[in-house]
Design a protein around this ligand. Structure first.
Ligand code: KG4
Ligand code: ZN
Length: 462
C-alpha cells in the first residue's frame, strides 16, 4: 500500500472521530445498488438539503426487468452528473462536505461497484471519511428524514414528479399536487468537466409531501419490503439492527413484479398492481393452503406467486376472461396481509408499540391502509392510564368502565416514508451514515468492495 493511502486513512480516521462532536455534519450519500443512480446531501442525518435520483426504469422496461449490465453501464454514465447536481442544489462545494456515504450491499454487484468506486475516489481525492452503508438499514432510515422546508432550510422548489409518470403531467399525491420536470436539468448546474446525465435517464421527485408526524424513535420494529428483500427487523438503536424474520424465498416486491409480468403489465409491476387493485375487488382466494403467520417469523411468497400463475394459466386454457383488477386486488391483499399479520405478531411477541415501514413496497396503498387501520383501531386504556387507582375500583365494585372512543389508545404507532423515499434514493444512505458516525462504526478504507449478498446481522431464517 502506498504512503499516500496510509496517509489518507489516517486523515480519514481523525476526521471521522472528530465528526462525533461536530454540531453540523453534512454527508453526501451515493446509491447505485439497482436501477437508480442517486446522490443526496443530508444534514445531521435528518435534514434533506438535496435529493437527486436518476432512474433507468424506462431503459429496463423493454426487457421486463433490470438487466444488470445495462444498469452498471448507465450508473457509470450518470453518476458524475448526479453527484454534481446534488452538490449544486444544496449549494455546497465538494470540499465543504464532512463525509461521503455509499451503499456497498446488498444489490447487483456491478451496479454497486460503480457507486463504491466513485465514492472511494472522491473520498480519497478530498481526504474525507468514507462510510459504508447497508442498503436495507438505509431504507429504514428514510423514516428519519424530513424535508428542508419543514426545517427552515432552503427549499428545492416544486420540481417534482412521480416514479413512472408522463412528462409535464400534474399528479395528486396525498392531496398535494406534484409537477413532473420536463427535462433533465440544465448542465450549467454542473461543473465544467462533468458529464451530463445520459438521455436514457429521467429524474425522480426531489421534494415530497412533508411528513408532519415526528420521526420514529428506536427501539421499534421495522418491516423492510422491497424488490430484493423482505425482512422483519428489530431496530434497537439508530445503529443497531437485528433481522428477526423474513422471506425464505421470493421478496414481496419480486412477487409483485412477477405477477405483473404475467399480466403483461409494465415494469416495475408494484406501482401498476397497486393502481389497478384500486379498481378491483379482492374476491379471488389464490392460496387456499396458506398456513398464516409462522411463529418463527418466516415468510414465503413463492407459493402465492405460483398460485397466481396457476390461476391465470387455468383461466387462459379455459378461454375465460381474466379480471385483471380483481387479480391485482386479491394478490395484493394476500401478499400484504401475510406481511402485516406477521409484523403485528412479531411486535406483540417482542413488546414493540411502534412499527416502521421501509422499502419500495412501503409505497403500496393497501399496505399503508392496513397499517393506518392498526394505528387507529385503538384499545381500551388500562386503569392506570385512565388515572383510576385500583382502590377506587375496589370501592366501586362492579363499575364497568366503557371509555369514550376518543380515549382509545392506538395499538401501534405507525411510520412510513413519503413515496419518493420508499424506493431507492441516496438521502436514506446519508442518514444511515450519520448514525454510524455517532456510534463510531462503519468507517471504510479504500479496500471497500461491493457485497451483493450483504445481510443484516440476525437470526438465521429458513
Ligand atoms: O426499494 P426498491 O426501490 O428497490 C429494492 O431495493 O429492491 O423497491 C422496488 C420494489 C419493486 O419490486 C417494485 O415493484 C416495488 O418495490 N414497489 C411497489 C410499489 N412501488 C414500488 N410494490 C407495491 N406497491 C407499490 N406502490
Ligand atoms: Zn432498495
Amino acid at each position: 500500500m502506498s504512503t499516500d493511502i496510509f496517509m489518507y486513512q489516517e486523515i480519514a480516521q481523525k476526521k471521522f472521530d472528530a465528526l462525533k462532536h461536530k454540531r453540523d455534519v453534512v454527508i453526501l450519500g451515493i446509491e447505485t445498488s439497482c436501477d437508480e443512480t442517486a446522490a443526496a446531501l443530508v444534514l445531521n442525518g435528518r435534514r434533506l438539503l438535496s435529493n437527486v435520483i436518476s432512474s433507468q426504469i424506462e431503459l429496463h422496461r423493454k426487457f421486463g426487468g433490470v438487466v444488470p449490465e445495462v444498469a452498471s453501464r448507465n450508473h457509470t454514465l450518470a453518476i458524475n452528473a448526479v453527484v454534481n447536481e446534488a452538490l449544486a442544489k444544496a449549494g455546497i462545494r465538494a470540499q465543504d462536505l464532512d463525509a461521503i456515504a455509499v451503499t456497498y450491499g446488498a444489490g447487483l454487484a456491478g451496479a454497486l461497484l460503480v457507486g463504491v468506486s466513485y465514492a472511494k475516489a472522491m473520498a480519497y481525492a478530498l481526504g474525507l471519511p468514507l462510510i459504508r452503508v447497508n442498503h436495507i438499514e438505509a431504507h429504514i432510515c428514510a423514516n428519519f428524514i424530513r424535508a428542508s422546508e419543514e426545517l427552515g432550510v432552503r427549499s428545492e422548489g416544486r420540481r417534482t414528479c412521480q416514479r413512472a409518470g408522463t412528462p409535464d403531467a400534474e399528479h395528486k399525491n396525498n392531496g398535494l399536487a406534484q409537477t413532473i420536470p420536463s427535462a433533465i436539468p440544465n448542465s450549467s448546474l454542473l461543473t465544467p468537466n462533468s458529464s451530463s446525465l445520459p438521455t436514457s435517464s429521467f429524474l425522480l421527485p426531489t421534494s415530497f409531501p412533508i411528513p408532519h408526524s415526528p420521526s420514529p424513535i428506536p427501539p421499534f420494529l421495522a418491516v423492510a419490503a422491497s424488490g430484493g428483500h423482505t425482512g422483519i427487523i428489530e431496530v434497537r438503536d439508530y445503529h443497531d439492527y437485528r433481522l428477526i424474520g423474513g422471506t425464505v424465498d421470493d421478496a414481496i416486491g419480486e412477487a409483485f413484479d412477477k405477477v405483473a409480468r404475467l399480466l403483461s403489465l409494465p415494469y416495475p409491476g408494484g406501482p401498476e398492481i397497486d393502481r389497478l387493485s384500486k379498481l378491483g375487488k379482492p374476491v379471488i382466494n389464490f392460496y387456499k393452503h396458506s398456513k398464516g403467520v409462522d411463529k418463527d417469523l418466516r415468510l414465503s411468497y413463492s407459493g402465492l406467486k405460483t398460485a397466481v400463475v396457476n390461476y391465470i394459466n387455468t383461466a387462459k386454457m379455459k378461454g375465460e376472461v381474466i379480471n385483471v383488477p380483481d387479480v391485482c386486488a386479491s394478490f395484493t391483499r394476500q401478499a400484504v396481509d401475510l406481511l402485516v399479520d406477521t409484523a403485528v405478531y412479531a411486535a406483540k411477541e417482542r413488546g414493540y408499540d411502534t412499527i416502521v415501514l421501509a422499502g419500495g413496497v412501503a409505497a403500496n396503498g393497501y399496505l399503508r391502509e392496513r397499517l393506518d387501520g392498526l394505528a387507529s383501531a385503538g384499545r381500551r386504556p388500562t386503569n392506570e392510564e385512565l388515572g383510576i387507582r385500583s382502590e377506587e375500583l375496589r370501592i366501586d365494585f362492579g363499575k364497568s368502565i366503557t371509555p369514550h372512543s376518543s380515549l382509545l389508545i392506538p395499538h401501534f404507532k405507525i411510520f412510513y416514508p413519503p413515496p419518493v423515499l420508499c424506493t431507492d434514493n441516496a438521502a436514506m444512505v446519508a442518514s444511515r451514515a450519520y448514525f454510524s458516525i455517532l456510534a463510531g462504526e462503519d468507517l471504510a478504507d479504500l479496500h471497500l468492495n461491493a457485497e451483493s449478498g450483504l445481510q443484516i446481522k440476525g437470526e438465521k431464517l429458513g
